[in-house]
Ligand binder design. Structure first.
Ligand code: GLN
Length: 309
């Protein structure tokens, strides 16, 4: 198990930390712009304990796109696979995560996959709940079970900052409403979506979430099923094919770990047969992935042969 290599892992982190300088903190959501560019933190969970951590691994950050994996799981649990995939596709895309182009060029205006913003909005729309507050409470309950951390909540300031500036996401949602993919009040959907993206965790929480998915959806505490195994399999497949946006192909080749990133700089990784990885490094590359976080996963994967391929 990876955790016995504490000294090597610490060296790896020190080695890749320099890459934080080459990235840029996301600023299109104003509240994210204040993150510390130099941060690189990691936690590894082995099913029993966080067996390795480094950097500011207890610092909280928002999930952003990492939340898309969790809403997808919950939506499938709410409605079943068939219905969810009547609203969102299964194909990766070479376009950026917030692109609108395929919605128009691709009949019948169904978003390509649940990991791009259009697809995630279509999935968020499916989460059961009478209103946005009920939906977010259900999602929080689910994430608290996955992470074993009952204190997880969302950061209202970050949610508000995104809500006030989310015109691109609004346009994706209105476009899909016009084409019958989603219904109802788009502002209510945006309220839920921005709160979902603003859910805060630290690296330890992410590592535990990654572990549960790696463990076929079973709780780390009592082996109870939190996510049906078939649903865990589906979301991990999307992590492989679409998890790092339009860098997923290169990431699969160089790293080969089911993973999902967010523009806050978080990455969750699910290593089959027993390991969850949580990373936080807010300096991003031009595709919106944590630049040093990707380098760290690459180093870990090649040194310890973690690739699933
Ligand atoms: N909340 C962000 C957005 O919708 C999430 C995007 C991301 O992390 N790539 O733009």
């Amino acid at each position: 198990m990876l955790c016995q290599y504490e000294t090597e892992l610490t060296h790896m982190i020190n080695d890749v930390k320099k890459f934080t300088k080459d990235g840029k903190v996301a600023d299109y959501i104003p509240a994210l712009a204040t993150a510390n560019q130099n941060t690189l933190a990691v936690a590894v969970f082995d099913g029993t304990d966080t067996c390795f951590s480094a950097g500011q691994s207890r610092e909280k950050f928002t999930l952003q796109s990492i939340s898309k994996v969790l809403t997808l799981a919950l939506a499938i649990m709410d409605h079943g696979e068939e219905y969810v995939f009547s609203k969102v596709g299964m194909e990766p895309t070479g376009d950026p995560f917030n692109s609108i182009i395929k919605l128009e060029s691709h009949a019948p205006s169904k978003p390509l996959n649940p990991m791009i913003n259009a697809g995630a909005l279509a999935v968020s729309h499916l989460i059961k709940g009478a209103n946005s507050e009920e939906k977010i409470e259900r999602l929080l309950h689910f994430i608290r079970m996955l992470s074993g951390n009952q204190t997880i909540s969302y950061n209202l300031a970050v949610a508000k900052s995104e809500f006030e500036t989310a015109d691109l996401n609004r346009s994706l949602a209105y476009f899909m409403k016009q084409h019958g993919i989603i219904e109802g009040d788009i502002e209510v959907l945006l309220d839920f979506y921005t709160k979902q993206c603003a859910i805060e965790t630290d690296c330890h929480d992410l590592a535990r979430i990654g572990y549960v998915l790696a463990n076929g959806g079973k709780s780390t505490l009592n082996n109870e099923e939190i996510v049906p195994m078939s649903v865990a399999r589906i979301v991990k497949t999307f992590m492989v094919t679409c998890g790092m946006y339009n860098a997923s192909g290169e990431f699969a080749m160089k790293v080969g770990i089911p993973a999902k990133s967010g523009v806050s700089g978080g990455i969750v990784g699910s290593v089959p047969n027993g390991m969850g990885i949580g990373i936080y490094g807010p300096a991003l590359d031009d595709k919106g992935n944590s630049i040093a976080g990707m380098k760290l996963l690459e180093a870990m994967s090649s040194k310890y042969q973690l690739s699933i391929f």
